[in-house]
Design a protein around this ligand. Structure first.
Ligand code: PA5
Length: 422
């Protein structure tokens, strides 16, 4: 296992008592007999690991890198968050000179965003990857209509060639439009819902276009699929994580704070929140997933975490090896008094901050789960994201909800449709 899991504030015997329940749910998943079993294609990602499909994704990714200054990724929810989380976790904070610029749109309805985007892409070579399984999501459809018209005017010769649509193989408005226009298309498998779709064409094309090695992603995915297909609770950290969350929830810990200490990983937190929020939050149940970045948020939310209502637990994502580290050098005058800690590097101090925070919060009755990952690279990030998906599926079954549907999301849509018709 490439992920180490530790915890404080939970009794081990309680965790062990879940083995038979875990086994039952493991069977429901593997035998596809549980709730939402039509949406288990992500368990082995069989349709996405097809060599021919991966070849096309790499080829289109290279073409985009070669010909475009900007790739616009249009999609919302599961149709963009995975790619954005993955790509932003991997890129340099400041130096983007090596990478294609990727801009996400169609994930809200802000007019200023679209107008400023149109101004910004003027004079640049633009490709569009529009991603929508249903093909009818209003945020994405509006952005696509506006950007499609823009592309057709700016690139009359080859606008249709600059558009790649990732959508259902047979149904939906985007499929119909793609067939009429002759866009190149990539499939969203029928049996994989949005929030589990990162390792299908949905996530893989933007990831490939960002210059990330898809083969490393595939390797990480295969390893994770094999490692987390283990019914033994004491050996499966994904299941342990699901069980611990379930115990904490039953003890009144209704909010999970997903803790990051790398600003780059902030979108991973957003992806995490969608995955767990949309999967568990139904039938009047579910842990509310929230996120913080430490130490930044210790100077804002730290107070309420330490002393507010005791309904929280924390899940720390610890990255053991940063890509770079930097020393705090001795200073002759030591006016800032930092010579005392100059034997530590910045990363050492970051880790000491995390240790101190965990201790302080535990004393404040905030139990925590510690997830340790060696480093962030394509292999380990893929492995980690699959870990969360597997934990989420088990967690949903432990809560006795269907972790693969999202009926609640329709409520605002139907009200909006009614208002738009008036
Ligand atoms: O997880 C989900 O199912 C949602 O977040 C969808 O991905 C999102 O609503 C976008 O749907 P679509 O891909 O059909 O445009």
């Amino acid at each position: 296992m490439n992920i180490k899991l530790e915890y404080k504030g939970i009794e081990q015997s309680k965790i062990e008592s879940y083995q038979s329940l875990v086994l039952e749910n493991h069977k429901l998943l593997n035998e596809k007999t549980g709730k939402g079993s039509d949406f288990l294609g992500w368990l082995d990602y069989k349709s996405s690991l097809d060599e021919q499909l991966l070849g096309s994704i790499k080829e289109i990714g290279e073409e985009i890198r070669d010909k475009a200054d900007v790739l616009l990724v249009l999609g919302i929810g599961g149709s963009y968050l995975g790619a954005k989380a993955f790509i932003s976790s991997m890129e340099n904070y400041f130096d983007k000179s090596d990478s294609l610029e990727i801009i996400y749109a169609g994930n809200q309805l802000n007019s200023e965003y679209l107008v400023e985007l149109l101004d910004y892409i003027e004079g640049k070579s633009v490709y569009v990857n529009v991603i929508s399984k249903s093909g009818t999501t209003i945020e994405t459809a509006i952005a696509f209509r506006i950007l499609r018209k823009y592309l057709e005017e700016r690139f009359p010769e080859d606008a249709d060639r600059r558009i790649i649509a990732t959508t259902d193989v047979e149904k939906g408005a985007l499929r119909k439009l793609s067939d009429i226009k002759g866009y190149r298309t990539l499939p969203v498998p029928d049996d994989i819902g949005g929030r589990y779709s990162i390792f299908t064409s949905v996530g893989l094309l933007p990831i490939a276009a960002a210059g990330i090695d898809i083969d490393e992603v595939v390797e990480g995915l295969k390893a994770a699929i094999a490692d987390f297909d283990n019914e033994n609770l004491s050996e499966n950290t994904a299941y342990q994580y699901a069980v611990i969350r379930n115990i904490l929830y039953s003890e009144g810990k209704k909010i999970e704070l997903f803790v990051n200490h790398h600003p780059k990983l902030v979108y991973l937190s957003e992806w995490f929140k969608q995955l767990f929020g949309e999967s568990e939050g139904k039938d009047g149940k579910g842990i509310f997933p929230a996120s913080v970045l430490f130490s930044t948020d210790l100077h804002s939310l730290g107070q309420i975490i330490q002393e507010g209502e005791r309904t929280l637990f924390e899940t720390f994502l610890n990255i053991e090896k940063p890509k770079n580290d930097i020393a705090i050098e001795e200073d002759e005058n030591n006016y800032d008094g930092l010579n005392e800690i100059s034997k530590f590097s910045v990363d050492d101090i970051d880790k000491i901050m995390l240790k101190a925070t965990k201790e302080a919060h535990l004393e404040g009755n905030v139990p925590y789960i510690d997830l340790k990952v060696k480093q962030i690279d394509a292999y380990n990030l893929t492995y980690l994201m699959y870990f969360f998906m597997k934990a989420c599926a088990m967690g949903g079954y432990l809560l006795e909800v269907n972790p693969f549907n999202q009926p609640g999301v329709e409520a605002y849509k139907s009200k909006m449709k009614a208002l738009l018709k008036k």
